[in-house]
Ligand binder design. Structure first.
Ligand SMILES: NC(=O)c1ccc[n+]([C@@H]2O[C@H](COP(=O)([O-])OP(=O)(O)OC[C@H]3O[C@@H](n4cnc5c(N)ncnc54)[C@H](O)[C@@H]3O)[C@@H](O)[C@H]2O)c1
Length: 269
């Protein structure tokens, strides 16, 4: 029995959006998909709406009639300021404000490890660790996490803020041995955030059950997320093809990795 009548996924043409499109299908009678990019043909249980996240009137139409929002559309890495501002900051605001006006009560948001990228590996962090963004991209994730907090306390919209680490088919480098999240674990985490009885405003790290994980989710156990995969299964393969990094390099020192070594994205533009 589907839990929702209509579930909205933003960023549906993206790598993770495509995984969620398939993985969340059993949860809703209708899955509404939105993106600025090509989402292909709609299946029988799907509705497709092409829209720019920065277009408030468009997002109002996209959000109308939905029961919950899975917000994954955004500039997905460090990008020029104007793009971060339009797609991620304005886009995040538009989604939350449209959710409020249409009476939606729950949002699952794709935040990022880069909201806390300047945490040192050996410090460790949990879901109450404060923001330490390592990029304008990270700042946009901090903005939406705080926006979600305001919409929860003032308007009662519950949110899960998923500080996703590295969600790819398999770990590609040594840092990923700590940060990897499998697609199956992503689907499970988003589903738990949608169906858990109460989530309030919950930050949770999007990681699989990795031995060297930088982060602890012990304050988010109420979600019932139990990752099934582990980067350990790929250790031998990863170590065979990559050298250990320099422990004093910023990319190794901080959990944000190479983002901590980037300059300003608009320099030289
Ligand atoms: N893949 C990861 O490991 C990872 C890690 C941390 C956070 N995230 C977050 O998860 C989300 C999805 O990431 P992804 O890896 O699937 O990236 P992706 O680039 O494949 O998907 C992002 C989608 O958002 C859409 N989009 C961007 N700007 C838009 C705009 N202005 N209007 C409409 N659509 C727009 C793009 O067209 C794209 O399809 C992003 O918010 C990203 O920051 C991903």
């Amino acid at each position: 029995m589907p839990r929702f009548n209509r579930l909205l996924i933003t960023g549906a043409a993206g790598n993770l959006g495509r995984v969620l499109r398939k993985g969340l299908a059993p949860l809703a009678t209708t899955i509404r998909l939105t993106d600025r990019g090509d989402m292909g043909e709609a299946a029988a249980n799907e509705e497709i709406m092409v829209c720019e996240l920065g277009d408030f009137d468009g997002i109002m139409k996209v959000v109308e009639g939905c029961d919950a929002v899975v917000h994954f559309g955004a500039a997905p890495v460090e990008r020029p300021w104007e793009e971060i501002l339009d797609s991620s900051i304005k886009g995040g605001y538009n989604v939350y404000e449209a959710a409020r006006r249409h009476g939606i009560k729950r949002v699952v948001y794709a935040s990022s490890i880069h909201a806390v990228g300047y945490v040192r590996r050996e410090e460790g962090a949990d879901t109450h660790t404060g923001h330490r963004p390592d990029s304008l991209y990270g700042v946009s994730k901090c903005f939406v996490e705080d926006l979600a907090k305001m919409y929860f306390h003032k308007f009662g919209i519950e949110s899960a803020l998923l500080r996703i680490n590295s969600c790819f088919p398999e770990p590609a480098d040594r840092r990923h041995l700590a940060t990897w999240m499998s697609f199956e674990d992503l689907v499970q985490l988003v589903e738990r955030c949608l169906v858990a009885e109460r989530i309030g405003h919950t930050v949770v790290y999007g990681i699989s059950d990795n031995r060297e994980a930088f982060f602890s989710n012990h304050k988010a156990v109420h979600l019932g997320y139990r990752p099934k995969d582990s980067a350990e299964d790929y250790r031998e393969k990863v170590e065979a093809k990559t050298e250990p990094g320099d422990p004093s390099a910023a990319a190794v020192e901080y959990v944000g990795g190479v983002f901590c070594e980037y300059g300003h994205p608009d320099d030289g533009a």
